[in-house]
Write a protein that binds this ligand. Structure first.
Ligand SMILES: *[C@@H]1O[C@H](CO)[C@@H](O)[C@H](O)[C@H]1NC(C)=O
Ligand SMILES: *[C@@H]1O[C@H](CO)[C@@H](O)[C@H](O)[C@H]1NC(C)=O
Length: 247
């Protein structure tokens, strides 16, 4: 598996650290690339937000880049049990912000976003600072930024991340009636239908092996290809399928 899987796990643990100990967590569908033999200078994608899974803590959607510095650059869209307390959002809204996981979760301003909104998550390496500059746009308007010294990005991938400490309690209650026997194996079902549009990834140098690192997990996409010999890569549409968590 690509290194991004490993970094994603680290991200998950970190998010859990702020909740309670010994929770289980889950990753759902993914479009995952890397590591590249070069490094990623710039990445752009536009996430069309699906409906939230309801007032559950917490469900995160993010396109992330694992870096040589051990960071995870991951602008986030998160559905919380109390969206108002987190970013002033109402029920049915997401909170979104620019974020990097280092030893701690660093973040820019957190703002509400609606299902159907187009979140453009832009990451670009800044040669004068040696940092990655992140910007999150909602329907084209810049709402959150963050710059972090993170080394060089080696992979890029999307994630559906469930922190099921809270998800589980919420979900067991929601599903118990339809699960007559299996109380020791509750099923948490999230119907997420998300898509990422116009994804562009620009490498520092040509790497024609980059295409071979693509792993699709409960996701499909239009062709992932380069028109300039392996430096600039694009994929028009990434479809993230519905997913059922078993927790
Ligand atoms: C990425 O998106 C931002 C915001 O729309 C834009 O300024 C930038 O030029 C884009 N870069 C690429 C490589 O698509
Ligand atoms: C690089 O970062 C500096 C300092 O934040 C900023 O002034 C400059 O505009 C950035 N360069 C680019 C190309 O965005």
């Amino acid at each position: 598996m690509p290194s991004s899987t490993f970094t994603a796990s680290a991200a998950l643990l970190s998010l859990l650290a702020t909740a309670t100990a010994q929770s289980t967590v889950g990753f759902g569908p993914a479009f995952s690339l890397g590591p590249t033999q070069s490094w990623i200078r710039e990445a752009n994608t536009t996430l069309v937000l699906p409906k939230t899974p309801g007032l559950k803590d917490r469900l995160a959607l993010w396109p992330g880049m694992g870096t040589s510095g051990g960071d995870l650059i991951q602008a986030l869209a998160v559905s919380f049990s109390d969206p108002n307390a987190n970013c002033g959002a109402s029920e049915g809204q997401w909170c979104t912000w620019a974020s990097t996981l280092q030893d701690e979760q660093l973040g820019g301003t957190e703002v509400p976003a609606n299902a159907g909104d187009k979140l453009t998550m832009h990451y670009v390496y800044n040669d004068s600072t040696g940092e990655y500059d992140q910007t999150v746009y909602i329907n084209g308007e810049s709402v959150s930024t963050l710059s972090t010294s993170s080394g060089q990005a080696q992979g890029w991938g999307t994630a559906v991340e469930c922190q099921d400490d809270a998800c589980e309690s919420t979900t067991v209650a929601a599903h118990r009636m339809s699960l007559p026997i299996k109380t020791d194996n509750p099923i948490f079902e999230i119907n997420l239908d998300a898509e990422y549009l116009d994804t562009t990834i620009i490498l520092n140098a040509e790497d024609n092996t980059f295409k071979d690192t693509l792993v699709l997990t409960e996701a499909d996409s239009t062709e992932f290809s380069s028109s300039d010999g392996g430096k600039t890569w694009t994929v028009e549409t990434i479809n993230i399928h519905e997913h059922t968590y078993n927790v």
